[in-house]
Design a protein around this ligand. Structure first.
Ligand SMILES: NC(=O)c1ccc[n+]([C@@H]2O[C@H](COP(=O)([O-])OP(=O)(O)OC[C@H]3O[C@@H](n4cnc5c(N)ncnc54)[C@H](O)[C@@H]3O)[C@@H](O)[C@H]2O)c1
Length: 366
């Protein structure tokens, strides 16, 4: 599975950087190459109006540079909106390293990358993402202070995934409240797709709150293990998108709501952790709205991780991170109501609120 919604062929049709499909007024795009280690990386700084651009480094075996560039453009923009809607004084950025994390990652390559981060003097602050780990961040920390998600022993905020899962759970409950008139999940059928770090903890919260949880993952061992641990059901149908459930929680990779899946979805609420769930925001967000499916914007409800990590910069503790994450419930309800009033999609509503915050800050600075 690629992490992009576009094929390399589609991406090659336009100008190399500023003409890219996902280019959206990014402030800076940095191409990093180190001959000795073979490092090829791209740092995308989308917007720094609210603060330094914070976002993780993804290491992925992209099939082409076009795909890597598109991913970093798309992901860094997403971070701007995520931090803005979450009330954090942070801008949006992200980095990608081209390569297979299992085969190509080594300390020298990570250190070479750290020097590039350092060269940006804090305009970009990194963290973990797919393919990078806390030990990688600790290593980056030996070169530059502009890194979060480091070990707790070094003053870090620890594993963000449980906090992310808690935020997703809050957003999911708020969306259920909006759609079903109550956030009581007792007996509600919920399908969790992807039971990794975030998905597993989400399953725990759901089961503890009486939901009937179905799990699916490409890792079959994990499915068995998680289903057994939490007394969840293993999803066995031929097609998970047409599953007869109330809530679909995408917690694997992005773009699962696309032309092939959208008409099949029976769930009345979509709320999950995966980034960029809508393959094409305008098209698929609208179609969900037309079909009466309440979509809790991913970048809003999966912000627990960044709220947690921001504590390393803003110097707040784990309790405060949880308190702020809990507020995702209120923000989600506010956004869903705003979308209804304005007759816009929930994704548009969240983006509009985020843009309003950025604009206000820009005007304040003038
Ligand atoms: N970890 C965080 O704090 C955090 C924060 C914000 C967003 N997210 C996003 O949430 C998602 C999950 O994050 P995570 O940290 O749990 O990742 P993870 O790698 O621990 O788990 C992902 C799981 O999805 C499974 N998977 C992959 N492709 C699949 C497919 N096609 N069908 C079913 N299962 C599949 C994997 O086997 C794995 O178990 C990712 O999209 C991530 O970008 C995570």
């Amino acid at each position: 599975m690629t992490t992009n919604a576009y094929s390399p062929e589609e991406l090659k049709k336009v100008d190399p950087v500023f003409g890219q499909i996902s280019f959206d007024n990014h402030e800076q795009v940095v191409f990093c190459h180190d001959k000795d280690t073979g490092l090829k990386a791209i740092i995308g700084i989308h917007n720094t109006v609210l603060g330094p651009a914070l976002g993780g480094t993804r290491m992925w075996n992209y099939t082409s540079e076009w795909e890597a560039l598109n991913d970093v453009l798309r992901l860094s923009r997403g971070m701007t909106y995520k931090s803005a809607i979450s009330g954090l004084d942070l801008g949006g950025g992200k980095a990608v390293i081209i390569g297979d994390a299992r085969k190509d990652k080594n300390p020298e390559l990570i250190k070479a990358f750290a020097h590039y981060i350092d060269s940006l003097s804090g305009r970009y602050i990194t963290a973990e993402d797919v393919g990078t780990t806390t030990p990688d961040m600790d290593l980056i920390h030996t070169i530059t202070p502009h890194v979060t998600g480091i070990s707790e022993s070094l003053g870090g905020s620890g594993n963000p995934s449980p906090v992310t899962a808690y935020g997703v759970f809050m957003g999911l409950k708020a969306a259920a409240n909006f759609q079903f008139g109550s956030d009581n999940l007792n007996g509600k059928k919920v399908l969790v797709q992807g039971i990794g770090n975030v998905g597993e903890t989400l399953v725990k919260h759901l089961v503890e709150n009486g939901a009937e949880v179905y799990v699916t993952d490409i890792n079959e061992e994990r499915v068995e293990e998680v289903a057994k641990k939490y007394s969840a059901h293993i999803f066995t149908g031929p097609d998970l998108y047409s599953a007869d459930v109330d809530i679909y929680a995408p917690c694997a990779l992005g773009a699962t709501i696309n032309d092939d899946t959208i008409e099949k979805i029976k769930a009345k609420v979509i709320a999950g952790a995966a980034n960029n769930q809508l393959a094409v925001e305008a098209v698929h967000g609208k179609r969900l709205q037309e079909r009466g499916i309440v979509y809790a914007p991913d970048f809003l409800i999966n912000a627990g991780g960044i709220i947690n990590v921001f504590g390393e910069i803003a110097k707040y503790d784990a309790k405060e991170a949880i308190r702020r994450t809990e507020n995702i419930y209120n923000t989600t309800l506010e956004i869903l109501n705003f979308a209804k009033e304005q007759h816009i999609t929930t994704n548009q509503a969240a983006m509009r609120k985020a843009e309003q915050r950025i604009e206000a800050k820009k005007n304040e600075k003038k």
